[in-house]
Design a protein around this ligand. Structure first.
Ligand code: C2E
Ligand code: CA
Ligand code: CA
Length: 700
């Protein structure tokens, strides 16, 4: 099982959404913090600097009261100042009252803190009327007779005056009654007063005064504070609105992107990405851990042909219809998505193999009828997600299952159907073994080249009339220390699929050119050796130049190298192939068509291709295809080649009669077991030295 790939699309989606939320939360938190801090500063300024004044004044009177300043009328000092207040004893009994008491005693008091040398904590009540935002122009310190001041405080009168917050020079009036009154705060500013009832207790706790105080704030300060708070609030509101707009628009954008990701462009339904994400969610869900599932690759066979005959738009309409039918057949917790071109991915619940097969066949029957004018076929590959084991034999956990690779298994199963007929195939042990083999080959291919594990075998070609050596074909073998001796049929198709074949072709051309050069230098009687060049390679524009340079690098004359092209390659870009053939010929290489007769339009290709050699496919000489009809075809093919000025090689000849027949019909060469199997370099050198080889009577 391949290592899990990181699903970037999933990460992008999550990070963006969380990011927006986090940035919004940060902005709100900063705004809240700054606002709270600011309010705290304003509050402490007002409470500490304003309320504490009143509290200090009254406390001072209470301390005088406690010292018994006026034994005849202990409350005179309060009454004179015209405080509204109430005095309670220890038990809460009212012992004195003055003025209008406008607070509710039954209400819970609240606490006020402020610093006055040390932190003071007092109880306070709101004023019932609470409409006493009043403007004051006067600012009055406690009215006391000057004698009282002097008697009680002595020189500390100055301190008392200072404590009242009014500098002594501001004491503007000393009336004959001995009342010290200070008017204004010295700056002649207007005040705003907020009534509040505060408690002051005597030190011994015998009496508790609750008096009406005024929190005095200078109007200009008050307006300034209000202004600043308003500006700050407006600023924050603007920032908040901008951030909110940003967050909302980014949320909408993300949703749009998400929708784009999760919706298929063709079917307008669930996309491939959505299938993977939702599918893995379903697999990991605790409740579905006991259930078993299967991933299905459903293919609309020959969809491309349909699109070519009609139009892409018509084809896509049909895909939408297919999607609709499949979705309508799903049970709860099952999924379907359009994956690629004509492929759909399904996640089905799995009961047992037969039931799933029946269900899919039924679905296919339904889909075949999707358009009564056409005979469509559909194929399904199924990969059951049962318990899987990793390389070490340990069971793979559900959360480690990679739906994409499971789907690939389903595709592999579907491909194994082979034909174009409707059908269902399962990913089984053989396919797993095949997959493992592919992995093993791919893992070792590069090392195989660099460690020269690939060996060149030579299969000689002989003239059937004279039995003389005329040429050879270079055929690859893999001598792998881990995989053992591997015939080309086991790895060439894998290399053709994964593109490594081009490297192999280079490897073979270079090795053949090197061998030929060495043998020529040794004075051996060399013959042209053909090398297979894969179809994938032939589309490269500068292939002829590449081959020329490789051969030149080894110092081998060009006439000793022949290039074999398989017949199926001639269906590709005809013009490009003709160009390359012409160039190769101009450089002095000969070019042959391999496997002639195994495809369909061989004859047609011959017309335009300036080839040197035609290799008759081994199929002509297999089993019951021999006999009269076969002989006619072969003899006519030879004639055709001769007319077109081409040499002809018969491949895969094992029977003596066939070899004789070919000799009688002017076939130029035979490459077959009747003469020799592909042999090692050294064995081939021996064959070159001998030059001639009798046909075998019996091939074993
Ligand atoms: P091919 O190019 O058609 O090669 C001829 C195949 O027929 C060889 O199989 C050869 O051993 C086999 N053959 C020749 N005469 C007889 C016969 O009388 N009887 C039987 N039964 N078989 C005969 P081989 O070497 O296993 O190669 C198989 C295929 O692998 C080749 O078919 C070719 O398509 C591919 N291949 C081999 N070597 C290379 C290479 O170096 N490069 C590329 N691109 N493909 C290669
Ligand atoms: Ca060949
Ligand atoms: Ca061949």
């Amino acid at each position: 099982m391949k290592k899990r790939k990181k699903k970037n699309y999933r990460r992008i989606k999550k990070v963006h959404f969380v990011g927006t939320l986090i940035s919004l939360a940060i902005v709100i938190a900063i705004m809240y913090g700054v606002l709270a801090g600011f309010v705290q500063i304003v509050r402490s300024y007002i409470v500490e600097s304003k309320l504490s004044e009143e509290y200090r004044d009254f406390s001072y009177l209470v301390s005088l009261y406690e010292q018994g300043v006026n034994p005849d009328d202990p409350y005179l000092i309060f009454d004179k100042k015209d405080y509204a207040y109430i005095v309670k004893d220890k038990d809460g009994k009212v012992i004195h009252k003055h003025g209008e008491i406008t607070f509710d005693e039954s209400e819970e008091p609240f606490q006020i803190f402020f610093n006055d040398m040390m932190t003071v904590k007092i109880h306070a009540y709101f004023d019932n009327e609470n409409n006493h935002f009043r403007l004051r122009e006067d600012y009055v310190i406690p009215d006391l007779s000057i004698d009282e001041y002097f008697t009680l405080m002595g020189d500390s009168i100055n301190i008392g005056v200072e404590n009242s917050g009014v500098p002594p020079e501001m004491v503007t009036n000393y009336d004959p009654e001995g009342i010290v009154t200070v008017y204004g705060n010295g700056l002649n500013e207007k005040m705003v007063s907020l009534p509040l009832w505060m408690t002051v207790e005597t030190e011994d706790g015998s009496a508790r005064f609750i008096f009406k105080a005024y929190m005095n704030v200078i109007v200009t300060e008050y307006v300034m504070f209000l202004g600043i708070i308003t500006i700050v609030c407006i600023l924050f509101a603007v920032v908040l609105i901008i951030t909110l707009i940003n967050a909302i628009s980014s949320f909408i954008n993300q949703n749009r992107t998400k929708k784009l990701f999760l919706t298929d462009m063709v079917t307008k339904d669930r996309s491939w990405i959505s299938f993977i994400m939702r599918g893995e969610q379903i697999l990991r869900k605790g409740s579905s851990k006991k259930k078993t599932f299967a991933v299905v690759n459903l293919q609309f066979v020959k969809y491309r042909n349909y699109c070519m005959c009609h139009s892409l738009a018509e084809g896509e309409k049909l895909l939408r219809e297919v999607n609709k039918v499949v979705v309508s057949k799903l049970n709860k917790g099952e999924l379907c998505a359009h994956a690629t071109n004509s492929n759909f991915a399904l996640l089905l619940s799995w009961d047992d193999k037969d039931k799933v097969k029946m269900r899919l066949l039924e679905l296919i029957r339904e889909l075949e009828k999707i358009d009564s004018n056409h005979n469509f076929s559909f194929q399904a590959g199924v990969d059951p997600i049962n318990v899987r084991f990793n390389v070490k034999g340990k069971a793979i956990k559900r959360e480690d299952i990679d739906l994409e690779s499971e789907y690939n298994n389903a595709v592999t199963a579907r491909i194994s159907i082979g034909s174009d007929e409707s059908g269902v195939a399962f990913f089984d042990d053989k396919l797993i073994a095949d997959q493992k083999w592919i992995d093993a080959v791919e893992e070792r291919q590069q090392a195989g080249v660099s460690r020269e594990e690939f060996k060149v075998y030579y299969q000689p070609k002989y003239d059937p009339k004279t039995d003389e050596l005329r040429g050879a074909e270079a055929l690859i073998r893999w001598q792998s220390p881990e995989l053992g001796f591997v015939p080309p049929g086991r790895f060439i198709p894998i290399f053709e699929e994964n593109g490594f074949i081009t490297e192999i072709d280079h490897y073979m051309i270079s090795h053949v050119a090197r061998d030929q050069k060495k043998w020529l230098d040794e004075g051996l009687k060399c013959v042209p050796v053909s090398v297979n060049v894969s179809r994938a390679h032939f589309v490269e524009k500068d292939l002829a130049e590449q081959i020329r340079d490789m051969v030149d690098k080894e110092g081998c004359p060009h006439e000793y190298v022949e290039i074999e092209l398989t017949e199926s390659a001639f269906f590709d870009d005809k013009k490009a192939i003709i160009d390359t053939i012409n160039k190769l010929k101009a450089y002095g290489f000969s070019v042959s068509m391999d496997d002639f007769g195994s495809g369909y339009s061989s004859l047609n290709s011959l017309k335009d291709m300036p080839l040197d050699v035609l290799k008759l496919d081994a199929e002509f000489f297999r089993g019951d295809k021999t006999g009269n009809r076969g002989e006619i075809v072969v003899s006519e093919a030879i004639k055709l080649a001769k007319c077109l000025d081409m040499r002809i090689v018969a491949e895969g000849v094992e029977i003596r009669d066939q070899a004789d027949f070919l000799a009688n019909h002017d076939c130029d060469m035979i490459q077959g077991y009747i003469y020799s199997k592909p042999v090692t370099r050294d064995e081939y050198v021996e064959k070159m030295k001998v030059g001639k080889q009798e046909k075998l009577d019996q091939v074993n």
